[in-house]
Design a protein around this ligand. Structure first.
Ligand code: IMP
Ligand code: MG
Length: 186
């Protein structure tokens, strides 16, 4: 059972990336995408649920008339470690053959989720396929996986906020933070 906390930042030990720094970097990433896809706007594919904040801010910061869609894949449940098993829980709601695709991810940790998504989406023959991740953990044993743009490289710690959760909580924080050890169970 998760203990119900009284404020959304209860249990946060420290802020790793502040809200303003996130917004500034998102604006840069949006500008890069606008430039790259000028005249040929992509379909942004957000990976639920963690990428929601990033997806919304990124698309609003872009000038291009993008379309969006979402996929959901299984994640860690209430654990802070990857099970290594990836499964599609919700697929795209449209065919993507011949489309320019940008996968919008919250964080690349082991790289397993992204590797699997890229494999699946490549079989559907998009015109192109790129990956934008807000965060990437500095992790020597991670899989070598395609990531074309990264917002921030972070230390190999479990983080929450700005879409990222621990046991379903903390997604609505405007910043990325590290949990107090006492807030983490198991
Ligand atoms: P990967 O498959 O190990 O690269 O991890 C993929 C997914 O696990 C991410 O898209 C996140 O949703 C989740 N995840 C990985 N690291 C963290 C973290 O530090 N906090 C919260 N969620 C995480
Ligand atoms: Mg994710």
């Amino acid at each position: 059972m998760t203990t119900r906390v009284t404020t959304k930042d209860a249990g946060i030990e420290r802020i790793l990336i502040g809200a303003e720094a996130i917004q500034a970097r998102v604006a840069e990433l949006a500008a890069e995408l606008d430039e790259r896809y000028e005249g040929d706007p992509p379909l942004l594919v957000g990976v639920l649920t963690g990428a929601v904040s990033f997806m919304v801010d990124l698309m609003r910061a872009m000038d291009s008339p993008v379309e969006i869609d979402f996929m959901a894949v299984s994640s860690y449940g209430a654990s802070t470690r990857s099970s290594g098993v990836v499964q599609i829980l919700k697929d795209l709601s449209q065919p993507i053959e011949g489309r320019h695709l940008v996968i919008v991810e919250d964080i690349v940790d082991s790289g397993l989720t992204l590797q699997y998504l890229l494999e699946v989406l490549r079989t559907r023959s998009p015109a192109s396929l790129r990956v934008v991740a807000l965060l990437k953990k500095d992790k020597p044993d991670a899989i070598e996986v395609q990531v074309d743009a990264v917002g921030f490289v972070i230390p190999d710690e479990f983080v929450v906020g700005y879409g990222l959760d621990y046991a379903g909580m903390y997604r609505n924080l405007p910043y990325v933070g590290v949990l107090d050890a006492s807030a983490v169970k198991g």
